[in-house]
Each structure stands twice: as structure tokens, then as C-alpha cells.
Design a protein around this ligand. Structure first.
Ligand SMILES: *Cc1c(COP(=O)(O)O)cnc(C)c1O
Length: 369
């Protein structure tokens, strides 16, 4: 039955419609400049994103996966090395490790927050471990001070995967500013999204910034002089120009996401069997996704779909159970927290511009379940 409601999982229109003239003017500016790769727009966006993230340097690249892989490459992580990754992350975190020839070693999360559990790190460290890649999953900052302390104790690099958490913080310090070199994604559906693929890195280290700038551009700091075995992973001028317009609104959009999450918290309170997102003391959450957990997840998703309410599952299969990683030898049941979270998680509709009435309608439909 098509119900009276129709609430999509996500809508970009409320963010994009008010910016239409500004974004199209930015596109026209690049069109008329006749300069499309690594020009003034990328330089300006890098400066503006670095300022937003309160770090000295930002580097634009082609996408978030490349940003993660370039960070590992610049830090010298490669074949024979191990990198600690969350067992319940998006596949890109693991892929980046494998793309540099290293081995992803999964660490189980704190089931309450779905974020890396710092207490489990030490047990996964071997003489081959080179780095830790915390992922600020769903938009909540990981417990970075504890993670940094373990990294320091064992002499490991930290590369944050900040694709979902631009503007989140722990203890007042922004995500993307803790690790040596940190990656983010400007995929269109992220909290700060381009009109296509785009990504970036943030760092306090001028040498590492220069190195990833060279790596993204054929390993070349000077045209036709190649210092490293590089890549072609450049941020387009067009995407940089669009991102500059949208960056100015990110804080307001984040505030809206947080307001929507607060409304969900009020309207969903006290429903038996439904676990709402928990935020760790000291952390902020920018709600890239609003994820609830229930053992009857599939039935709830169908119930909501029948009422015209869109939901998604982030993510239905943990990386170690993906056919692509069968070669790593992880059996079913090997990482039970990740497997349980994957079986019970459901992402509810949330986008800047969504109304409290829509949140209440989603919550009412869940209450009927
Ligand atoms: C989106 C995402 C990425 C990858 O970003 P792309 O730009 O799509 O390559 C990496 N890690 C996480 C956690 C993500 O959500």
C-alpha cells in the first residue's frame, strides 16, 4: 500500500536550490578561465578547507579512497606492513590499505557508538604494525586522545578517515587534525559534497603536504620532473569552485543535522527494542547518518518502505565477509561485534532541510511497528 507519506532517505534539493545562482556563477567562472586542472580554485579551496578544519595544510585530490591511499603512501606504509582498521567500516578504509600493498588488521568497535574501541588496539599490534586508521563513523568523532596515546606508545602513524565527519570534534579538537595525515571525501552525499567525485587530505606537516601534492600529480612538484612514483589524483577546478561555495554553508547544515538528530531522540524515546545513537563523552556528532539498531531490522525496513519512508543500511556486509576479501581468511563469526552491528543497523532519513514534521512522521511509523 502506498501510504500517505513519502519521505525519501535523503534529498540534496534543500541545500542546492538556494545556492543555484552562486554555484552556476562559480562554474561559469571556471569555464571562462580556460584553466581546468590545478589552478587558483584548488589553491583557494585548499586554504579555505584548511582554515575550516583548523589545520595548516589541506590538499585536494580526486576522491576519498585516493586520499586514504595517498596518506599511507606518503607515510611509507607498504608491502609487509599491517594497518589497524575498524572491523565495521566502509570498504574504502580497507581498500586503501590493500592498494598500498599492506594488510588491514581489523579491530572491533565499541558497540554503543560503532566507533573504534581504543582498549582493543594494543591487542592487535604486532612488530609489523605501522599505522592506525580510525574512522569517524556516521559523523561521530572517535576517542582520539586515547587512540593517539596508543599510537605514540607503539610508534605508529595515525591516518584519520574523516569522510563522514567534517566539523566533528573530540575534546574541542576537530577530526582531521589529530593524525599525521588525514583523509576526507567530498562525494556528493557526504556532509560537504561536490557535484561529482572529490576528496582531500589535511595535515599540520608541510613536508607531508608537499609530498601528497606531488603524489597526486604524477609524483611531480615541478612540471616534467618526477620525484616519486605518483598517481593522477587531482581535484578539478570545477569541483573546487563548487566546494568553495558549499563550504560557507557547512556549519549551518551541520547545525540542522544535529537539530534533526535531537528531534529523532525526542520522538523515538522509549521504544522497546530500538537502540538510538549514543555519543561518547567528549565527542561531537555531525550526523552524516542517523543509525538505529534493532534485532528486527529487515522487518522494520519493510514496514517503513510500505509507508513511503526510505531507509538504508550502512553497511549490510562487513569488509571481512565480502567476497573480495575471502583471501584474507576471516570466517563468519570471527568479528562478532561488526557482524551483529551489520545485522541490526538501520539508517533513518536525515538531510539539511528536513522538517520536524517529517521526523515525527518517521517516528510515528516506527512506533506503529
Ligand atoms: C565515502 C567514504 C570513503 C570514500 O570516499 P570516496 O570519495 O567515495 O572515494 C572512505 N571512507 C568512508 C568512511 C566513507 O564514508
Amino acid at each position: 500500500m502506498p501510504g500517505p507519506l513519502s519521505i525519501p532517505f535523503f534529498s540534496i534539493a534543500p541545500q542546492h536550490e538556494p545556492l543555484r545562482e552562486q554555484v552556476l556563477a562559480a562554474v561559469a567562472r571556471v569555464y571562462d578561465s580556460a584553466w581546468y586542472v590545478l589552478g587558483d580554485e584548488v589553491v583557494a579551496f585548499e586554504q579555505e578547507y584548511a582554515a575550516f578544519n583548523r589545520v595548516p595544510h589541506a590538499v585536494g585530490v580526486a576522491n576519498g579512497l585516493d586520499a586514504l591511499a595517498l596518506a599511507l603512501r606518503a607515510l611509507g606504509v607498504g608491502p609487509g606492513d599491517e594497518v589497524l582498521v575498524p572491523s565495521n567500516t566502509y570498504i574504502a578504509t580497507w581498500l586503501a590499505v590493500m592498494h598500498v600493498g599492506a594488510r588491514p588488521v581489523p579491530v572491533e568497535p565499541d558497540p554503543a557508538t560503532s566507533n573504534l574501541d581504543p582498549a582493543r588496539l594494543a591487542g592487535a599490534i604486532t612488530p609489523r604494525t605501522r599505522a592506525i586508521m580510525p574512522v569517524h563513523l556516521y559523523g561521530q568523532a572517535c576517542r582520539m586522545p586515547e587512540i593517539m596515546q596508543v599510537a605514540q606508545q607503539y610508534g605508529l602513524h595515525v591516518v584519520e578517515d574523516n569522510a563522514q565527519a567534517q566539523g566533528a570534534a573530540f575534546g574541542g579538537q576537530l577530526t582531521g587534525s589529530f593524525g599525521a595525515l588525514n583523509a576526507t571525501s567530498f562525494y556528493p552525499g557526504k556532509n560537504l559534497g561536490a557535484l561529482g567525485d572529490a576528496g582531500g587530505l589535511t595535515t599540520a606537516d608541510a613536508g607531508l603536504a608537499a609530498q601528497v601534492r606531488a603524489l597526486r600529480n604524477y609524483g611531480s612538484a615541478r612540471k616534467y620532473h618526477n620525484d616519486f612514483i605518483g598517481y593522477n589524483s587531482r581535484l578539478d577546478e570545477l569541483q573546487a569552485a563548487v566546494l568553495r561555495v558549499k563550504l560557507g554553508h557547512l556549519q549551518a547544515w551541520t547545525a540542522q543535522r544535529q537539530q534533526l538528530a535531537a528531534w529523532y531522540g525526542q520522538h523515538l524515546a522509549g521504544i522497546a527494542g530500538l537502540r538510538l545513537p549514543a555519543v561518547a563523552p567528549g565527542a561531537t556528532h555531525v550526523y552524516h547518518l542517523y543509525v538505529v539498531h534493532t534485532p528486527r531490522r529487515d522487518a522494520l525496513q519493510q514496514h517503513l518502505a510500505a509507508r513511503g519512508i526510505g531507509t538504508l543500511i550502512h553497511y549490510p556486509v562487513p569488509p571481512h565477509r565480502q567476497p573480495a576479501y575471502a583471501g584474507l581468511g576471516w570466517a563468519a563469526g570471527a568479528l562478532p561485534i561488526a557482524e551483529d552491528l551489520a545485522a541490526t543497523c538501520l539508517s533513518l532519513p536525515l538531510w539539511p532541510g528536513m522538517t520536524e514534521e517529517q521526523v515525527a512522521a518517521v517516528a510515528a511509523a516506527i512506533r506503529q511497528f
